[in-house]
Design a protein around this ligand. Structure first.
Ligand SMILES: Nc1ncnc2c1ncn2[C@@H]1O[C@H](COP(=O)(O)OP(=O)(O)OP(=O)(O)O)[C@@H](O)[C@H]1O
Length: 221
């Protein structure tokens, strides 16, 4: 579904990605691990078209090179950023009422899956707690009808109960054939949802597994 090949990216002279590649199939959750500063967010940003990169990114066989972020979103990429990206001028209900780009979850489905967002539907998005904003970012991607979710540390700073909720929602998305590229440092959480694991180190990506001692040593867990 999502295929990344020989992706390279830099900030000025500093090379962050050098020939990185990975694939995520329909209904698969692929976890991307790596140390702080390894380039995980940069990789997601390149896939979304938010940072320039050379190499090939394709979605269901469609080459995304040269396409703007909104075009990629229309093709089915959903961005769940680590800074949550809440709209400062919209309430929760207004954020979720934006017309879906594709056929996504209904508002009823969203509010059933995210009861805390239903409770806070009249609040300004930026007044939500960090965890609630994280939920809103995920809810918006599902509401938009995204077929591939690019999730950047969706459990960061969440209470154990909310982490569990995110896990349930990702499993539900998987069952619907949605693919997820998950940047996650919490390997215990990843183990509950992931089908495959990749490690980003020295600008390259290699397939790994949570049982791989090298991975655990590398991540210091
Ligand atoms: N806008 C920027 N300008 C210059 N350098 C940047 C910029 N954004 C990120 N970097 C650098 O690029 C490298 C990769 O950053 P990135 O955020 O992609 O890593 P990461 O693996 O997601 O890290 P973390 O786990 O800490 O979020 C880091 O060394 C970072 O300092």
């Amino acid at each position: 579904m999502l295929h990344i090949e020989e992706l390279s990216a830099s900030y000025g002279e500093a090379k962050v990605l050098t020939s990185a590649g990975l694939s995520v199939a329909q209904g698969e959750v692929a976890t991307l691990c790596g140390r702080n500063g390894a380039g995980k967010t940069t990789l997601l940003r390149c896939v979304m078209g938010l940072h320039p990169g050379s190499g090939k990114v394709s979605l269901n066989g469609t080459d995304l090179r040269g396409r703007k972020p909104f075009e990629r979103a229309r093709l089915g990429l959903g961005w769940v950023p680590d800074d949550r990206g809440a709209y400062a001028t919209l309430t929760v209900a207004e954020s979720l009422a934006l017309p879906p780009m594709r056929s996504g979850w209904s508002l009823e489905q969203i509010y059933e899956a995210f009861p805390n967002l239903y409770a806070r539907r009249g609040s300004m998005s930026t007044k939500l707690s960090g965890g609630e904003q994280q939920m809103l970012a995920l809810a918006r991607a599902l509401r938009m009808g995204s077929r591939v979710l690019l999730c950047d540390e969706p459990t960061e700073g969440l209470s154990p109960l909310l982490v569990q909720r995110v896990g349930e929602i990702l499993r539900q998305a998987k069952q619907q054939g949605i693919a997820v590229l998950l940047v996650e440092q919490n390997l215990h959480f990843a183990a509950e949802v992931a089908d495959s694991y990749y490690l980003l180190a020295s600008g390259r990506v290699q397939q790994t597994s949570p049982a791989d001692k090298d991975l655990l040593t590398y991540l210091g867990v």
